[in-house]
Ligand binder design. Structure first.
Ligand SMILES: [Zn+2]
Length: 296
């Protein structure tokens, strides 16, 4: 097959096919480079597509995507789940794990199943362990326990360094786009930290407890029960973080795999929850930095 110069729709399958062939020859490093090229080209093409935002518009886009995916005949279970997910969006809620199980894609032939595979691929007969699992967000698997502890220790210090020298008035100044101010962003970190502390304690104390889905993002601008100053909000964030760190530092390694049942994400381990929150914080740094640079 001839490779097309700049048509990603042909180039990407070509690179995956090449990677599979290279793996067949034991050329794993070359296969890795081909797979990373396929991912990079896909993401670059996606980066340049300007989609609208807003939940109702995106639900419409999702219905259109279902038709597109249907054309490829990869799995009716997947398109059925997409339909349930789009319907949930229209109803103004998040699809839960029973409607939206984790997909597993056969690395050889692309067959999709919506539960952990226990039998060989019905299309190409590879073993169930060769399927690739798709989790709701990469944060869940981004960090191992050692990196989690390092991150959870470091981030509050980085936040404090950013806040240094700012007045309460600076913290409360609403940016031109009308979005979060610095106080809202610090409140959000504090709220997420509170959820993490609660969940980790629960998962240590109980066997496989139920974990409720929380719309933490929507709490940031709420002012009920908030301390008066941003400095004090930061202090409650910091104190809660130290308590979690003390717990996690003494947790035997095997207990990082204790689980809870999250109504949106399914079974989660302490390791995944801690990785999630440690990674989540980092994604807010560009926003906090751009707000703070305004004053420095
Ligand atoms: Zn297969």
């Amino acid at each position: 097959m001839a490779i097309q110069n700049d048509d990603s729709s042909n180039t990407i399958p070509y690179l995956f096919a090449l990677a599979a062939r290279l793996e067949g020859e034991g050329q794993y490093n070359n296969a890795k480079l081909a797979r990373s090229a396929a991912e990079a080209i896909s993401r670059r093409a996606a980066f340049n597509i300007k989609l609208p935002s807003g939940k109702s518009t995106l639900a419409d886009e999702l219905y259109k995507a279902i038709d597109v995916v249907s054309n490829f005949d990869v799995s009716s279970d997947l398109t059925d789940a997409l339909k349930l997910g789009a319907d949930a969006m229209v109803e103004g809620r998040l699809p839960l794990i029973n409607e939206s199980p984790h997909p597993y894609v056969c690395r050889t032939c692309g067959h999709v199943v919506l539960k952990e595979p226990s039998v060989n691929c019905p299309v190409c007969n590879v073993r169930p362990q060769t399927f690739k699992r798709f989790l709701p967000v990469y944060w869940l698997d981004a960090l191992d326990p050692f990196n989690v502890l390092e991150r959870l220790r470091q981030t509050p210090q980085d936040v404090a360094a950013l806040m240094e020298g700012l007045t309460e008035e600076d913290m409360n100044q609403v940016p031109e786009d009308g979005g979060w101010n610095i106080r809202n962003a610090i409140s959000h970190l504090r709220d997420a930290q509170g959820v993490m502390e609660f969940r980790i304690n629960l998962m240590i104390d109980q066997d496989n407890p139920k974990l409720e889905s929380k719309a933490v993002f929507e709490w940031a601008a709420r002012e009920e029960d908030r301390p008066p100053t941003t400095e004090e909000i930061y202090k409650t964030y910091y104190d809660s973080r130290q308590k979690v760190l003390t717990k996690l530092e003494s947790l035997p390694l095997r207990n990082w795999w204790r689980t809870g049942e999250h109504e949106e994400f399914g079974t989660l381990t302490i390791k995944q929850q801690a990785s999630y929150f440690a990674s989540h914080e980092l994604t807010h740094f560009p926003q906090i930095e751009s707000l703070i640079n305004h004053f420095k």
